[in-house]
Write a protein that binds this ligand. Structure first.
Ligand code: SF4
Length: 212
């Protein structure tokens, strides 16, 4: 990360935080992964039940491991084995005190875009958990909502497919074909434009490149 990148991210974060707050989200800027981990642990009360979905960025700042090590009640599907257990964990996450997630893209004026295959992640963002904590690298920020949707559909989703390796067109080509495959991961596209109750959704914006 060059000094130019740091300044660029910091200046854009100042604009974004002002716009997120105008939409009644809470938002914080942390220049480094270490700062972001500290802030996240300040925001998640001990003893909380914490569920999650789409948390590559939370893994990268060390938050998932810290929750397992600390005085929390994590609901971690990755540590379960059977499909039944994983399904139950996804349902239990809907009643968590805190739901952790990332953003596929954000617009500079404070709207968040997320794409989901199963739908549990976007469902929890919309309703259910008492609080939602979004960990997002500043690489996720696009200038406009239209650009953010384009990023989510043509960058984040095809990149995710390289991870999942499902038999969809973007797995082979790296570009979105707007497919109707049975295994399509782009079944739900959520735009979160405003927060009610006030402060239910909190953002930790990180001045480093995180996630996909
Ligand atoms: S090709 Fe299908 S699965 Fe791949 S990004 Fe496009 S809509 Fe999503």
């Amino acid at each position: 990360m060059t000094q130019m990148h740091k300044l660029y991210y910091e200046k854009r974060a100042n604009i974004l935080i002002k716009n997120l707050k105008s939409r009644h989200f809470d938002a914080y800027y942390c220049p480094t992964k270490e700062d972001a981990l500290k802030k996240a642990l300040e925001l998640i009360p001990e003893e909380s039940t914490v569920g999650w979905g789409g948390v590559m960025s939370a893994h990268q700042i060390g938050l998932v491991e810290a929750l397992h090590q600390g005085n929390y009640h994590p609901i971690d599907r990755d540590r379960l084995t059977t499909p039944e257990e994983k399904l139950q964990a996804a349902k239990d996450s809907m009643f968590a005190d805190v739901f952790l997630t990332g953003a596929n893209a954000l617009s500079l004026d404070g709207e968040m875009v997320n794409i989901d295959g199963t739908g549990n992640r976007v469902a929890a963002i919309v309703y259910g958990p008492k609080e939602v904590l979004v960990i997002a690298g500043m690489n996720k920020v696009s200038d406009t909502l239209e650009d953010a949707i384009t990023r989510a559909r043509t960058v984040a989703a095809p990149l995710n497919q390289q991870r999942f390796g499902l038999n969809n067109p973007c797995t082979a080509t790296g570009t979105c074909a707007d497919c109707k495959s049975e295994t399509c991961i782009c079944n739900q596209i959520l735009i979160t434009r405003h927060c009610r109750p006030v402060g239910r959704i909190k953002f930790i914006l990180v001045g480093e490149d995180l996630g996909l």
